[in-house]
Design a protein around this ligand. Sequence first.
Ligand code: TEU
Length: 542
Amino acid sequence: MARNVKSDTVVYQIYPRSYMDSDGDGIGDIPGIISRLDYIASLGVNTIWLSPVYASPDDDNGYDISDYKAIQPHFGTMEDFDRLIAEARARGIDIVMDLVINHTSDEHEWFRRALAGEEKYRNYYIIKEGKGGKLPNNWGNFFAECPWTKFGDSENEYYLHLFSKKQPDLNWHNPDVLAEIEDIMHFWLEKGVAGFRCDVINIIYKNSYEDGKKKLILTGSEHYLSTDGCHEILAKLRSACLEPYKAWAVGETVFVDIDQARKLTDVDRGELDMAFSFEHMEVDQVIVKWFRTKLKPKKLMRTISKWQTGLDWNAVYFENHDQPRFISRLVGARGYREEASKMMAGLVMTLRGTPFIFEGQEIGMTNFDYEDMSDVMDIESHNIYNLLSSLHLPKRLRWRMIRLTSRDNARTPMQWTDGEHAGFTEGTPWLKVNGNHKTVNVKTEERKADGVLAFWKRMIALRKTSDALKEGGFEPLYEGGRIYAYRRRCEGESLVAIFNMTAKEAKLPRALKVEGEVIASNYDTHGDALLPFEFELIREEA
Ligand code: TEU
């Protein structure tokens, strides 16, 4: 089997709630996205990944699906969706759907019918008896709540939910579940979607429901991370759904190591085209994601190189709807937002793999500027905050942790203009816009010949014309305290990318002498030392 994703695919992720509101209800929608397709096309990207737009009670902003074949009414109608596909295609842009199949919403018809006592649908979920007055097992939960909730009125039965209690896990031991999901995938593929981003795909198949070895987080995960059953299901979904349409799939694969990711993306096994790994997002993390320390560039470089050399093809990303803005992690309060944003464009567009750009990254959007929990909407952040309160952590510390790690950092509305609500809505936005929209916004960027947006566009365009960037191998050259360098080479072209990943000037190490022409950079002049967050792409002499 071959990989279905093409080497020139560049993906732009849209979090529909926060992108563009067309009807003034404060929530982004599909007509809003359609109205921005010319802008998206102007970036040079050729694929959009849409975070979920299916019907949902929105306990987790659409990652709790109540009908896989319907559009969330506040996002629009199925006609709007069909129009989106057609209008995007007219601009050479594919649509990739988010596929959330570890769990449904508790308001999905299957769960309702299970609750109503229909045996067939009980079997779609994981319902277990409590043990001696206790829960069925000692597992942990991704959202820091209890993963077992009483099933309906039952005395001693619980259903498993690794996320919120409104997200019951599906029972992937049941072949009917597989058949349902295949049907759903065919439905969207028939509409012309180019593939799927598969939510927490490596945890869908639970090997057993025994107690897990006690851990600080996610006790029990050894029973469901990248199990053989999961590999089997992925292979089936590929041959039954993806292959007939030559569609591709990227897996969100939590807690994977290189070996697991290699297996999940091995072309001959025919499962996923590529996987989102997390190790590079955890370089500033201490044990769990809510404890952050300063980002150490060398650790970041080493992690990037490890995955670049360890996997044949990577899903290259530094931002998405779950992660704080990477720019904020990189520069903190030190300034250099523009320089660092451009440097990140250089990094994303020159690594080997499929680049994913998250909405707003292309104009250098940063973490939210809220000062209080009342502005935060994310269920995970609220759960954590409550947990920390129950542990009597001082309010200041609690808030600091939320501020640095909340998923809402990435979910603030897209900043289109310097006007009211950043031009995102004429109503009241569901989540407050960042005050820096006065200076950081698309309209302002579009007027700048050398702005962050212009630089992203240039890097996206450059990648399209370069075989070394699209297909060439990756060779790490230097990983220092400040400077990172690697070579991308294919027959006939050799490029070296050099980065100063810090806010201080850094001397070019003697070991790193590269001869050639600078073909892209975020600074005009180049000396022996790299300026703060300087990026250079050098075409080596043949
Ligand atoms: O995320 C799964 C996941 O493990 C994390 O990224 C999650 O956001 C959290 O940080 C766990 O501590 C996916 C989606 O991307 C996320 O938005 C959903 O909330 C989640 O699955 C459940 O569907």
